[in-house]
Design a protein. Sequence first.
Length: 203
Amino acid sequence: MAVEAALVVPLLLIAVIGILEMSMLLKDYLAVTSSVRSGARIASASADAGPGICEVADDAPPCTPASSPMLAQVAADAIQREGSAIDRDTIDYLLVYKANDQGYPGANGNTTMPTSCAGIANCVRFRWRPAIDGFRYAEGSWDSKSVNACVNESDSLGVYLHATHPFITKMFGASMGVAGRSVMRFEPLADERCKPGRPAAHP
């Protein structure tokens, strides 16, 4: 019996640890995907929110500069409020962008998710600051006046959140990246203000 126990117990222990670790990883993944859906849903209804209005500073309230749309900040604020199911200090960064035909940033046909908005049009990146427990604008721009929210031709919005899940036992490594992406079309605005060139175009 002792020999059998010596063979079986370590395997059972590894299995139990594996189940616990994978359960925690799945919890964080579900929290991330739920957060990006909330952010995208709220931002998709904010096509006419206009440009960002506050200064960029580490000690300022969450904000976006005027070169980026307020809808990006709306998404960041929503995720900041909804992200209680995940250890928020594990959050790395957030991308809010105009989605191409594949749901990714950049030109149509691109199917890769960048880690920054450098060199990518209509993309805004926020970083998580544990010291202040919140997002701060990091880089990127997206002219709010360029957003098309007309019926049957509205632009699509993408929200991507990346976090790092730490393993407790380190048996499967120190950590693993966890990411979620949600893409939604902007909710249509009235025809006279749904895009640039209309009589009462949104800001």
